[in-house]
Design a protein around this ligand. Sequence first.
Ligand code: XMP
Length: 515
Amino acid sequence: MEEQMRGILILDFGGQYTQLIARRVRECGVYSCVLPYTAGIEQIREENPRGIILSGGPASVLEEGAPRIDPAVFALGVPVLGICYGMQLMAHLMGGTIERGEQREYGRATVSMDATQSGLLKGMKAESVCWMSHTFQVTRPPQGFSVIAHTVNCPVAAMADEERGLYGVQFHPEVTHSEEGMTLLRNFLMEICSARADWSMEAYAERAVEQIRAQVGDGTVLLGLSGGVDSAVAAALLYRAIGKRLTCVYVDHGFMRAGESDQVVEIFTKTFPVELKAVDASQRFFQALKGVTEPEQKRKIIGREFVEVFKEASKALGKRDHFAQGTIYPDVIESGSVKGSAVIKSHHNVGGLPGELGFTSLVEPLRMLFKDEVRKLGLTLGLPESLVYRQPFPGPGLAIRVIGELTPEKVRIVRESDRVLREEIAAAGWNDRVSQYFTVLTGAKSVGVMGDERTYAYAVAIRAVTTDDFMTADVAPLPYELLGRISARIIGEVEGCNRVLYDITTKPPASIEWE
Ligand code: XMP
């Protein structure tokens, strides 16, 4: 298994596309992992990679303190591809020349591919549009390298030392703007590294099950279910590995969406019959949040109570040996501790718990997976699509979608209106066209008439956005008729609400959540 899964190691120099490189490699069916550039040569050897990719990065190799690696990397006998900074570093360490370009190249560039017969550029067009972003460039490659591509401004857009299996590209093959980028990456992986396309979710699940069994032995594991995708997939995987020796704690803070808590309980008692301790702690949360209106304070209180309830529930269950959580790859990379110490997802608010509760070890079976891979794994393991494709949902849940003090009444209004919104969007077939949608209890009350009665009730806002990364977002152009139907149903079905608004603000300047 290990031999089969030998993959590509990406050394990260802080480039904004490092994760993308890892993804692209996996899209080719080849396993990949990322280590910071500071990883020692021993650690790199231990990974036993089929090939190494040096990522881009913001630094210039000529500046003092620029990230470096041990040149022994180039003598491991496995192919190395340097991308942008990675190429410049390779050239610099091996005796080539780097200089500031006369013109900074940024954006699309036409690259003349001078060697498309074999190797890295095999099958590519003589002129290919690529994404460039650099100030410095290689002007003379090191001895043994030949120039295999150039642009008008960049004499060495790609270089190769076929004999030693060393390659560098100044452009970014991993971004979609590089039209034949995937051809280049595939050439590197399949032709040059002789990698095997054996990365699949079933293969991953098998390997993960073996690893979990090796780590846990005949011990027991405790896992906190959050109601989100990651912890649910981790639980399903652990169930496959150790069955009933897995215990899950699910703390319902009372701010989940309609039907979600029931679904979690149903799945982990019927489909995956683990020992499940579901705690309904909503009363306690409302009590702790009485009179609190400031959003950050709400978040803090919810975090604190969550940890307390979780701790009490775990203690009541008695001793479990290991602690599991659904940390995923972006969490690991962001923490900068790839392969280092454990990362506790902050929004799960269980930081420090494993140590405090005296667990022997931390089990994190998803730490090598990206979000979409986690979803695929979830489906492979038999979790329903409705759970696996859940929208992102903040840890504090609906609590941050009620502006002002929290009361059961207000949470009911936001939950009920959210249910109506979800039903109508699904019925209209807009599910896949909107990235995230929900309702917000704005906190504003206004006058209305219903029947012959004067009303004075809350205004609910609909938030619906499209986005790739949730860092920026556009307003989803929901059809007017659909909005009309949603509005009519909310007013008709949700008591306490007499006005519906549509939030037409992009992010930035607004955030997605109101808080
Ligand atoms: P904002 O409101 O910052 O939200 O534009 C960006 C995305 O993050 C989600 N979000 C959270 N996700 N824990 C999470 O896992 C949280 O505490 C949290 N707060 C906001 C939000 O729903 C949106 O998708």
